[in-house]
Design a protein around this ligand. Structure first.
Ligand SMILES: Cc1ncc(COP(=O)(O)O)c(C=O)c1O
Length: 371
């Protein structure tokens, strides 16, 4: 069976590869002489790593980050030989040899990953490349202060490991005035002094906008490539990337006092028209958007009324002239009138969660040339 097409699917998801490439170029221009990588984990934040990563490689991107080895195994053959794929979570115990076999670089996040990587290097009798991550204030991944001290005082600990980069990750970068940013930076600079000299990587998308002091040698943006606003409370300088249009299945006229959807989640105060759209929470259109989110048609906002169902949602389309919407019409769910950040806000979450949650039933189309 072939995949959903724009005729048969309940919604059409259009991804603009040229906008992604432009966003990468913009970030690259912002970091001057530092290198700009691309974070393409979680299937390029839901947008399709198999399409996104080669487009970025064609534009000159040479460093790619994913979370899992499995993601790297799929990605590696799609990229030029000169491209490096790094795995943020590092090797799960026993998977180290697979990294070498696949030509994939691990991020080593703690002493046990470092020790296992060193033992493999000794067994293979060759130097093995790796990134070493230090924790500077997230307590999520990376060497903590005690591990770093232990590593620095053990001359054998990194024998056989070529540390090609030292990295850390910012916790609060989207809030430029947050004191954690400078505090993490200070800890990062101190941590680097305790490790073999190596290029450094610190900034995610938002970190790029904290200024040159945060760029070091390699930046690792993800979200901003995909059009998500990198700085809280500031205009979004990135090009929008995603358009999601849901298909109307049916419209109906209802009288005042009519209950709509599960749990009678909404009741009309006046006669109006309901449009039922073929997108629901199984498609990543969060249930939380019931009675809160909206869709757009011809520049007119249509509130989601009642609860979002598994496969559909209901709009109050009473403001539109009769016949404006009919079965097959497409309404905008993400697009020029409502960006992905706005959808995240309406759902009490972030654009990241909206993008990575987009379902598999959409007809996907990629536009924009790759290079
Ligand atoms: C370690 C690491 N670096 C970089 C990124 C990219 O961050 P962003 O999408 O905010 O640019 C992530 C994403 O979560 C990450 O976990």
């Amino acid at each position: 069976m072939s995949g959903p097409t724009s005729q048969t699917a309940g919604a059409v998801l259009t991804i603009d590869l040229e906008a992604i490439v432009d966003n990468w170029r913009q970030l690259k221009a912002r970091v001057g002489s530092a290198e700009c990588a691309a974070v393409v984990k979680a299937d390029a934040y839901g947008l399709g790593a198999a399409q996104v990563a080669p487009a970025l490689a064609a534009a000159g991107c040479r460093q790619f980050f994913v979370a899992h080895l499995d993601e790297a195994i799929v990605l590696k053959p799609l990229l030029p030989a000169a491209a490096t794929v790094s795995v943020l979570h590092g090797p799960t115990p026993g998977s180290e040899a697979e990294f070498v076999a696949r030509g994939v670089r691990p991020v080593l996040n703690g002493r046990s990953q470092i020790d296992a990587w060193r033992r493999l290097a000794q067994r293979l009798d060759r130097e093995l490349d790796a990134i070493v991550q230090v924790d500077t204030g997230m307590a999520r991944l990376g060497l903590d202060a005690a591990e770093l001290q232990g590593l620095a005082s053990d001359a054998q600990s990194l024998v056989g490991i070529r540390v090609s980069c030292v990295m850390s990750h910012l916790a609060c970068a989207e809030q430029p005035a947050h004191p954690a940013n400078a505090a993490q930076r200070e800890r990062f600079v101190a941590a680097r002094r305790m490790l073999p000299p190596a290029p450094a990587s610190f900034a995610n998308s938002s970190g790029v906008f904290l200024g040159p002091g945060y760029h070091f040698n390699l930046v690792r943006p993800g979200a901003a490539l995909y059009g998500i606003a990198p700085v809280q409370g500031s205009p979004n300088p990135m090009r929008p990337v995603v358009r999601l249009e849901g298909r109307v299945i049916q419209t109906r006229e209802i009288g005042a006092g009519t209950a709509v959807g599960y749990g009678e989640g909404w009741r009309s105060e006046r006669p109006t028209r309901i449009a039922t759209v073929s997108v629901g929470y199984a498609d990543g259109w969060l249930r939380r958007l019931g009675n809160r989110g909206m869709a757009w048609f011809g520049g007119v906002a249509l509130p989601i009324v009642g609860r979002v169902s598994m496969d559909s949602l209901t709009l109050d389309a009473g403001v539109l002239p009769e016949g404006a919407l009919s079965p097959g019409s497409l309404v905008e769910l993400i697009g020029p009138y409502q960006g992905v950040d706005a959808v995240g806000n309406a759902a009490d979450t972030i654009g990241y969660e909206i993008l990575t949650g987009l379902g598999s039933r959409y007809a996907r189309s990629y536009v924009g040339s790759a290079a």
